[in-house]
Write a protein that binds this ligand. Structure first.
Ligand SMILES: Nc1ncnc2c1ncn2[C@@H]1O[C@H](COP(=O)(O)OP(=O)(O)O)[C@@H](O)[C@H]1O
Ligand SMILES: [Mg+2]
Length: 253
């Protein structure tokens, strides 16, 4: 892991080798639409980074690029020592399976499977035995307060319940980085805040770095730090410690 040269004090939950993801001069276009126009960004180990900005500003494109799902037209993404934008698709897909977790607005649970089977699925797909996968799934459902839904199928759940199951599924592989794109976007305020409270608490416990895309200021407030994308650009990177906001201690206890 590269050391960052900073003289700023480091928040207590961040170690000295704190750079997790670094993106440099990212450019992404869809045909004539320039979605990212030179974005440089660092995500620190263990932080919850809120990426905000108006609709169409490039937030989702940035998340997909950081997660190695989308290859930029120019620029680089580094994960630790690896330059993932230089890697081939199979190598990036292995990285996504093992070290990254992804969560979207609609959790995309499999409607025919129970909650525990949905959460076990990523482990089953990576070759874990069924008993082991179901046991892990039960543990993660419990962490998100939905253990009682283990045998329930998504069509019988509320939106908030389904999204908690979806977060449990995104976390069951214990990813180093969780990429969440508007994870509460389909929920009402109360359900959204419940999902976020638990997501933040569990991410802290598991020492998971979170990139949280949202257009909602209330949801962004769960982050340690916020960056705002406008028209495919970010303002000059601010050192993480200067940009961090004190008093955002939700979910740390
Ligand atoms: N698959 C796509 N094809 C064409 N244009 C796209 C596609 N995805 C996004 N865009 C455009 O790229 C810009 C950035 O989109 P996006 O990253 O989805 O922004 P946000 O997530 O902030 O709403 C927008 O102008 C959007 O219309
Ligand atoms: Mg989006």
């Amino acid at each position: 892991m590269n050391r960052t040269s900073t003289t700023q004090p480091t928040p207590s939950h961040l170690g000295p080798d704190s750079s997790m993801l670094r993106a440099r001069s990212l450019v992404v276009s869809y045909g004539r639409t320039a979605a990212l126009r030179g974005v440089t960004l660092e995500v620190r180990r263990g932080e919850i980074l809120a990426v905000t900005g108006p609709s169409g500003s490039g937030k989702s494109t940035l998340l997909l690029t950081l997660a190695g799902i989308l290859v930029p037209d120019a620029g680089e993404v580094h994960f630790g020592e690896r330059c993932i934008t230089a890697e081939n698709e199979s190598s990036r897909s292995r990285l996504r399976r093992k070290q990254f977790g992804v969560l979207f607005q609609f959790g995309q649970l499999v409607p025919e499977l129970t909650a525990e089977e949905n959460v076990a699925l990523p482990l089953l797909l990576s070759g874990r035995r069924r008993g082991v996968a179901i046991t892990a799934a039960t543990t993660w459902l419990d962490r998100f307060g939905v253990a009682d839904l283990a045998k329930v199928r998504p069509p019988e759940m509320s939106g908030g319940q389904a999204q908690r199951v979806a977060v449990a599924r995104a976390m069951v592989t214990e990813p180093e980085v969780l990429f969440a794109d508007e994870p509460t976007g389909a929920l009402d305020t109360l359900a959204g805040e419940q999902v976020m409270t638990q997501l933040v608490r569990v991410a802290r416990e598991a020492d998971t770095t979170v990139v949280l895309v949202t257009h909602d200021a209330r949801i962004a407030a769960y982050g340690d730090r916020e960056v705002v994308v406008r028209d495919g650009v970010l303002p000059d990177p601010i050192p993480a410690d200067e940009a961090s906001v004190s008093g955002r201690e939700e979910g740390r206890s």
